[in-house]
Write a protein that binds this ligand. Sequence first.
Ligand SMILES: Cc1cc2nc3c(=O)[nH]c(=O)nc-3n(C[C@H](O)[C@H](O)[C@H](O)COP(=O)(O)OP(=O)(O)OC[C@H]3O[C@@H](n4cnc5c(N)ncnc54)[C@H](O)[C@@H]3O)c2cc1C
Length: 368
Amino acid sequence: MFADIVIIGAGVVGLAIAKELSSNFFCVVLDKHPSFGWETSSRNSEVLHSGLYYPKNSLKTELCIEGNRLIYEFAEKYKVPHQKIGKLVIAIRNEQEEKLHSIFENARENGVQEIEFVNDKYLKEFAPCINSQCAFLSKNTGIIDTHSFMKCLEALAIDNGTLFSYNSEVIGIEKINNGFEVLIKSNEGDIFSLKSAIVINSAGLQSDEVANIVGINDNDLQLNYCKGHYFKINSSKFETKHLVYPVSDSAYGLGIHLTKDLNGGLKLGPDTLFLNSRQIDYDVPNHLAEKFYNSGKSYIEGLTIDLLSPDYAGIRPKLQKPDEQFRDFYIKNETERNLEGFINLIGIESPGLTASLAIAKYVKKLVI
Ligand SMILES: Cc1cc2nc3c(=O)[nH]c(=O)nc-3n(C[C@H](O)[C@H](O)[C@H](O)COP(=O)(O)OP(=O)(O)OC[C@H]3O[C@@H](n4cnc5c(N)ncnc54)[C@H](O)[C@@H]3O)c2cc1C
């Protein structure tokens, strides 16, 4: 069988790429799981970010801002459940105000629209459970039903003629004359192969391993797994119209924030825990409740530890090592390595969900 494009990975990014490219090409999407979105794409905060934090001129900023706009348009058009509920970024202590202002300035320089400082009266009315010294509102931040979004992308790609092959793990990729031969193992253990002019590596937590298969094993493209846990708040007494993100002291995540789901449920998280191994373990130990409580009580009035229960966890595929500063998404057609047509997406951590439709357009430009 010969495809124009093979996409490895049916997470939100692989699905968005399939939807985008399938109007011009015959695409085959391969995923080792029985359906789409079994890994990180189903284990995140479901937040549509507005691009406040990332450095100017980075792909994360560019694709987050564009992706934010595209995803709202998409969700409106295809009736994907979502809410543009906005997010408050808050300083809890006086000494955090400077950092709050620098986040605001960074966002402004990035071209983020619809951000403004709010006063005490506003906070009392729209986030009465929140203790804050100073806060600004990002109106373009929102939440989305990620499963429905992915289902819709899959359906649109299928309508365009894309073939989805689930239970299909890519175990080999070889450069051939006019493209690549991809070796696939089914979950019954059968091995089959597929030839394709272009291969797109959108394999999330395994994207560095898939790159290794074609001989790309640079040290700085090896992923570091960074786990994020969530705790549910089992009470309806906490009122906030917006998501609430305290200024974070961490260089690796946005701090333990307060997120709402589409049903109005509240959760705290995610924290950041670099893992020493590549073992995927989504356990949420009870003993972490204290850490979440200590963080939550610093800005949520009346929070008690008995209201918290373990919810779920996700693992960030980070290029950034624990002692490193910012690392950008790595999205490249590997022409310089004599692998023209092999398109690598590595380190697609947050804001990968928000940016997914913009990432797909960016990849399209690398293909055409
Ligand atoms: C805790 C946490 C919170 C987050 N919160 C947000 C948020 O609020 N907003 C936001 O925008 N982003 C957020 N993100 C980031 C976002 O979830 C990811 O960027 C996005 O889901 C990545 O999608 P993906 O398709 O690249 O990867 P994945 O969803 O991991 O999909 C990769 C797929 O590749 C498949 N695969 C891997 N290897 C192979 C192989 N050899 N053969 C076949 N298939 C293979 C896997 O089975 C998997 O289905 C968060 C992430 C985490 C961990």
